[in-house]
Design a binder for this molecule. Structure first.
Ligand code: ATP
Ligand code: MG
Length: 139
């Protein structure tokens, strides 16, 4: 294990519900350092580029509608084993299956409106952090 960075989003459902502060508290209480943070209302093109891997999936159009429905909070999180640790703290994709104590279990609604995003591998973490943050925006 080594200090690692991952990319996180507090999705528009959780921001609109007023839960971003609680999620950031969970993140900090779990020992992550927030290396970068900004609140952004994604454009459709930005969301489509970010989720390009899902462009052929039946839920892609709904996913873009959801991700552009309001502002989101974008973050780079740092910790030993951050990629795995943030996925564990989020819980499974489907909020209905996510245990209490996880971000998706506490603040998500269903398989789509699931409160948060996390990179799933070192390659996606590198792509996603660079997609949204320049080197001057990271501490
Ligand atoms: P994320 O990439 O956002 O961290 P994930 O890696 O757990 O989530 P993916 O399979 O990458 O899950 O799906 C990306 C996002 O698309 C999900 O977080 C969810 O918002 C949405 N999604 C996934 N599957 C479905 C589905 N079957 N129906 C509707 N929306 C879905
Ligand atoms: Mg994913």
């Amino acid at each position: 294990m080594h200090t690692e960075q991952t990319f996180a989003i507090i999705k528009p459902d959780a921001v609109a519900a007023g839960n971003s502060g609680k999620i950031i508290t969970m993140i900090e209480d779990s020992g992550f350092t927030i290396a970068a943070l900004k609140k952004v209302h994604l454009t459709r093109d930005q969301a489509a580029g970010f989720y390009a891997v899902h462009s052929e999936r039946p839920f892609f159009n709904d996913l873009l509608n959801f991700m552009t429905s309001g502002p989101a909070v974008l973050m780079i999180l740092e910790k030993e084993g951050a990629i795995r640790a943030w996925r564990d703290l989020m819980g499974p994709t489907n909020s209905n299956e996510a245990p209490k104590g996880t971000v998706r279990g506490e603040f998500g609604t269903n398989i789509e409106k699931n409160a948060s995003h996390g990179s799933d591998a070192p390659e996606t973490a590198a792509f996603e952090t660079a997609y949204f943050f320049s080197c001057f925006e990271r501490v």
